[in-house]
Design a protein around this ligand. Sequence first.
Ligand code: MEV
Length: 313
Amino acid sequence: MLSTSSAPAKAILLGEHAVVYGQPAIAAPLANLRAYVDARITALPLQVSASHAGGAPFFWCKDESNATNPLERAIELCARYFAVSALQGELAVRSDIPIASGLGSGAAGSAALARGVAALLGRELPDEDLNAIVYEVEKLHHGTPSGIDNTVVVYERPIYFVKGRSTDFIKIIRPLTLVVADTGIPSPTRDAVADVRDQLKRRPGQTQDLFERIGALVEQARAAIETGDHQQLGELMLQNHSLLQALDVSSALLDRLVEAAMRGGAYGAKLSGGGRGGNMIALASHDTQASIAEELRRAGAKRIFVSSVGAAS
Ligand code: MEV
């Protein structure tokens, strides 16, 4: 018997990096970009393969535990959660989400995989427990994750998130059209997060001030989302991008893409996720998404896609 589970990519709408230090942030699932797991029940010892964007499987999970491999860590945590010593069956992970690009590929892969393990066992895995498992795996990807990526990916709803507090789900009264553009430059979140930590040590006052200003933008952005004011939300995203530049997590290409999106008619645009490379997001309308995509392509984006947030929530 074959069953398929999945989890979406995510975009941080505002608040990345500052969220690691207790400020609020807003994130949304990108429902049309996903990681999938096909689970096939067999009586043989567990076999796991993973493939990316339609390519050949690149990972084959053997019996021995490899604590630094996120997929194996996810399986190990699931086995412990379900109190089983030896899993049986086949799990094939397929992901369309670019890796190390700020879109939550790690969290989505782990979430889908854990759902696949539950499917193999025919057991329930409540979102709250899945979230805790994926958070543990995220530590391998990020070092000191805030927890925002696993939360938005597992619950697959737009969230207002503050580390260590219960998460608020945001009601989107007017769907957001996001144009997402990839610089094509992989950038591990762990490195950007470590550099920001370093900066906080070297310039505590200035860096803390940037975090607080980002947090203030997030509060205003939540109100803008909840009142459907896309003009205001776009303006806040641009301001957030400037503060991320001041935190030194942008790059020349990300800045060029933000400018290109604005030329194309975006309400606002910013880098999304860890920064340095990875992806940027532009807030578009139905009428501007094509011109924004065209400008982004001309400015050097390697891959562009459009995702609607809140259309069905
Ligand atoms: C990564 O998607 C967001 C960061 O704020 C890291 C984190 O929150 O764990 C850069």
